[in-house]
Design a protein around this ligand. Structure first.
Ligand SMILES: NC(=O)c1ccc[n+]([C@@H]2O[C@H](COP(=O)([O-])OP(=O)(O)OC[C@H]3O[C@@H](n4cnc5c(N)ncnc54)[C@H](O)[C@@H]3O)[C@@H](O)[C@H]2O)c1
Ligand SMILES: C[N+](C)(C)CC=O
Length: 492
């Protein structure tokens, strides 16, 4: 497939190479072939983009453009994404290795996010509140935060970007976004579409490059008012420190090691199916993957056997083949990390029920493939139970009592998402109430949509994306009090 893109950065309304003229080669994780060569920006490109966004915010018209007009541009972006859905989906699959079917689903979700924020852009006008002072008006208004730095990961490149771009634009902010250096293609394409939709020069800027240069500059630069980051916990902590330079507003969407509790009274086939879906999409490279199965002892063996039988039949391959169910991991480095993680599980005494290595299939040897893997006999003290593996790996623990299941589910530094499968609705609600996570699914796993807030408890993050809360991240709240009958106080 030809990549027919500008392959440049977008700064102050212009498509530009890196100041250093350095480039980076982007490869296809399925076969390691070169798919694109893009500019490798650095701190100087980032500073130019920040200056453009600062000028557009401080002296441009975007922040005071009527919200209905901003909403219309955001809606137009959604329409253009729908028009170019197939091209976008192909680019995403080429860059990440995920199946085109998954990427098409992502593009539908992304258009939906732009539409959602287009619709609520003009419904955040503020309110008049009761004042304790006679003859006064007390009003609360919402204003854009300012210049926003946005940093995204490689696993859902454009989807995670849409959760940041759409609310930031709808509320009148200006921005600089930095995709993961290994998956920039759909970010470039969406900037072509944003230009076509009429986003003014300087309002939205795209800088390509590494975390240690572009990302670090965005996080520490004092002309940036807000930093919104999606990625790993280690990077999140660095960004939090860097953002203290000027006490930036901070939104962090970090990792998860997400429990999925299966009670014996659950619909067995549904729970098996959803447990697999909850983990193995995009080869398990999902922040909210339900990689930590917690299964009631009385059905444990039957449940594990059913999972193993299904897993053995998975078809691994190119995301562009219709019958492929699981593509490769993102990179050689990530594959090596996943292998080490599995080695740690074996060393710590978990039992390998299936997988645990690279596939032998000769056709997959040029890609970063890893077999779907299930560990049983797992305990909470194991690395594979506590740490995020970000690969196609399930760990299984057993429980006998409801309280024990909840205790296990909460035994984690993370708190992103979790699930409960049972036909006893009262029990499901009791568990959901006690589970310390930003999302709890009942008889469902890994479902997200624009109206529902997304984010983590504990070390899974700070703040929320999506829903009405997603727009609040991008607004400052101001109280304006007017005394209609002012009087002297005569105290001094
Ligand atoms: N909570 C969520 O909604 C969510 C969604 C998707 C992914 N994630 C998490 O993302 C992680 C996987 O993504 P990843 O490997 O790309 O994460 P990562 O933390 O390695 O990188 C994420 C982004 O941060 C940049 N970065 C790296 N070092 C930086 C620094 N010092 N300063 C500023 N930016 C820097 C990277 O270049 C990239 O753009 C997983 O932990 C996953 O759980 C979370
Ligand atoms: C938030 N989500 C599930 C779309 C992607 C997580 O990696």
């Amino acid at each position: 497939m030809n990549v027919n893109l500008k392959l440049k950065q977008y700064i102050n309304g212009k498509w530009v190479d890196a100041n250093s003229e350095e480039t980076r080669t982007i490869i296809n994780p399925f076969n390691q072939e070169t798919i694109a060569i893009v500019p490798e920006g650095d701190e100087t490109d980032t500073q130019a983009a920040i200056a453009a966004a600062r000028e557009a915010f401080d002296h441009g018209e975007w922040p005071t453009t009527p919200a209905t007009e901003r909403g219309a541009i955001v809606r137009r972006i959604a329409e253009l994404i729908e028009r170019d859905k197939e091209e976008l989906a192909n680019l995403e699959s080429l860059d990440t290795g995920k199946t085109v079917e998954e990427s098409r689903g992502d593009m539908d979700d992304i258009a939906g996010v732009f539409r959602y924020y287009a619709e609520i852009a003009d419904k955040n006008g503020g309110e008049i509140i009761d004042s304790p002072v006679p003859n006064s008006i007390s009003k609360v208004v919402h204003e854009p935060v300012g210049v926003c730095g946005q940093i995204t990961p490689w696993n859902y490149p454009l989807l995670q970007a849409s959760w940041k771009l759409a609310p930031a634009l709808a509320t009148g902010n200006t921005l600089i976004i930095k995709p993961s250096e290994i998956t920039p293609l759909t970010h470039i394409k969406v900037f072509e579409l944003m230009e076509e939709a009429g986003v003014p020069a300087g309002v939205a800027n795209l800088v390509l490059g590494a975390g240690a240069t572009v990302g670090a500059e965005l996080s520490s630069n004092e002309d940036v008012d807000l930093i919104s980051f999606t990625g790993g916990i280690v990077t999140g902590k660095k960004i939090m420190q860097a953002a203290s330079s000027n006490v930036k507003k901070l939104a962090l969407e970090l990792g998860g090691k997400n429990p999925n509790v299966i009670f014996a009274d659950a619909d067995f086939d549904l729970a098996v199916d959803q447990a697999l879906n909850g983990v193995f999409f995009h080869a398990g490279q999902i922040c909210s993957a339900g990689t930590r199965l917690i299964v009631e002892e009385s059905i444990h063996d039957e449940f594990v056997n059913a999972l193993v039988e299904r897993v053995k039949k998975f078809k691994l391959g190119s995301g562009f083949e219709d019958d492929t169910q699981m593509g490769p991991l993102i990179s050689a480095d990530h594959l090596a990390k996943v292998e080490k993680y599995v080695e740690a599980g074996i060393e710590e005494g978990a039992t390998l029920a299936v997988g645990g290595k690279r596939p032998g299939d000769p056709e997959l040897q040029n890609g970063f493939f890893f077999l779907p893997t299930i560990f049983t006999d797992c305990t909470t003290d194991m690395t594979v139970v506590q740490e995020e593996g970000f690969g196609p790996i399930i760990t299984v623990e057993k429980f006998t009592k409801e309280e024990e299941a909840v205790k296990l589910a909460n035994d984690s530094i993370y708190g992103l998402a979790g699930g409960v499968f049972t036909n006893d609705i009262a029990k499901a609600e009791r568990c959901a109430a006690k589970m310390r996570m930003g999302t709890v699914w009942i008889n469902e796993f890994n479902l997200y949509f624009p109206h529902a807030p997304w984010g983590g408890y504990k070390q899974s993050g700070i703040g929320r994306e999506l829903g009405k809360l997603g727009i609040e991240e991008y607004t400052e709240t101001k109280h304006i009090f007017q005394n209609l009958k002012p009087e002297q106080i005569n105290w001094f």
